[in-house]
Write a protein that binds this ligand. Structure first.
Ligand SMILES: NC(=O)c1ccc[n+]([C@@H]2O[C@H](COP(=O)([O-])OP(=O)(O)OC[C@H]3O[C@@H](n4cnc5c(N)ncnc54)[C@H](OP(=O)(O)O)[C@@H]3O)[C@@H](O)[C@H]2O)c1
Length: 323
């Protein structure tokens, strides 16, 4: 099968397409023919081996894993021992962050506890956009934030991969939602359902005088005192990403129970919750760009610039495989 091989830390163009052995599913796994994938910050952080301390798990000198890619959608080709919930031909989506990556390939073996049937009303490309970003938003807003209808909720980075799902998930619980983005994305964030939009190029939400019961910060550019200033009494913040190691350390050391770093772990249960929202018409992936499989390095390079408007996906038809 064809796959992008990850041999060393470096920029996206260090990924190389190669012919590798097709995997076989172990017990509790399903072999999926990957028909679409999306790129995530986890891909470019891992690819570059940054922050440096991440190499303690990724591999000190060179990556231990051979194929990147965490979000996939595709068709079940074969099932491993003991698998009864999926069968050959099922259309599925999954996230491989906690299971060795491997999505930038024609086939990947996926443990059944990180996959679900694909929402019926999404294409494979749309479905591949969902797992990592939507489940991160769900876990930050609901599992950590305990979102409630009467709250005021703020999403920092509302136009990005996580943020574009977060606005829609937050609205589905009924609160008043404010999205923070730049001027060019104001209409986009409003179209996702935000009641108010703050343009960060002209207004600092921390100093606007408004206070929020729940903040989902997907950017991670604010200090803990800044976040506290914008929180109402007993308010909570979930921070999913960071612009620097200092910001990450700040939240880890000084955030306490209310301001927490949320590291998403995708589960079948959460994918099913997300599928319900999508199939009920309450949420849709916002796709910014679509690339052919052969151009995954370009897709990662685009995402790395930090200004995606929703998700960046790559499709894998045989025509697109050749680029
Ligand atoms: N913890 C986890 O499990 C987990 C999972 C997924 C992602 N993450 C992390 O969460 C972060 C966001 O991921 P993502 O996939 O949403 O990234 P993304 O798609 O690259 O998000 C980029 C968005 O951030 C916005 N942005 C940039 N600077 C901003 C600012 N100063 N204020 C407000 N918005 C700003 C951009 O809007 P403009 O173009 O308008 O500037 C753009 O729409 C990343 O750091 C990622 O590593 C964590």
């Amino acid at each position: 099968m064809k796959a992008f091989i990850w041999e060393k830390y470096g920029p996206p163009e260090t990924l190389r397409m190669a012919e590798v052995e097709k995997p076989a599913p172990d017990a509790g796994e399903v072999l999926v023919q990957v028909l679409a994938t999306s790129v995530n910050a986890a891909d470019w952080h891992s690819l570059r081996g940054k922050p440096l301390f991440s190499r303690a798990t990724l591999g000190l000198m060179r990556p231990k894993l051979k194929i990147l890619g965490v979000d996939i959608a595709g068709q079940v080709e074969a099932v491993g021992g003991g698998v009864t919930q999926f069968k050959s031909g099922d259309e599925v989506y999954a996230n491989l962050l906690d299971h060795g990556y491997g999505g930038f390939a024609e086939y990947v073996s996926v443990p059944v506890d990180v996959m679900s049937l694909k929402p019926a009303n999404l294409s494979f490309e749309e479905a591949a956009a969902v797992p990592m970003a939507a489940v991160t938003a769900l876990q930050g807003l609901h599992h950590h934030g305990e979102i409630k209808p009467a709250q005021k909720v703020l999403i920092n980075g509302a136009s990005g991969g996580v943020g574009s799902f977060a606005v829609q998930i937050a609205k589905s619980y009924g609160p008043e939602v404010t999205g923070v983005t730049s001027t060019r994305n104001i209409d986009l964030v409003r179209s996702l359902g935000a009641d108010h939009v703050v343009d960060y190029t002209t207004t600092d939400f921390v100093r606007s005088g408004r206070r929020y019961d729940l903040i989902l910060d997907t950017v991670g550019n604010r200090s803990v005192p800044d976040l506290r200033r914008a929180l109402a009494e007993d308010g909570k913040a979930a921070v999913t990403g960071f612009t620097s190691v200092a910001r990450l350390m700040g939240v880890s050391l000084r955030g306490g129970k209310e301001i927490a770093m949320v590291q998403a772990h995708v589960t079948t249960k959460d994918l099913e919750l997300v599928s319900e929202l999508i199939e009920a018409g309450k949420m849709r992936p916002q796709i910014d760009r679509r690339y052919p499989f052969a151009e995954i390095p370009a897709a990662i390079a685009y995402l790395e610039q930090g200004h995606a408007r929703g998700k960046v996906v790559a499709g894998m038809t045989s025509r697109l495989l050749r680029g």
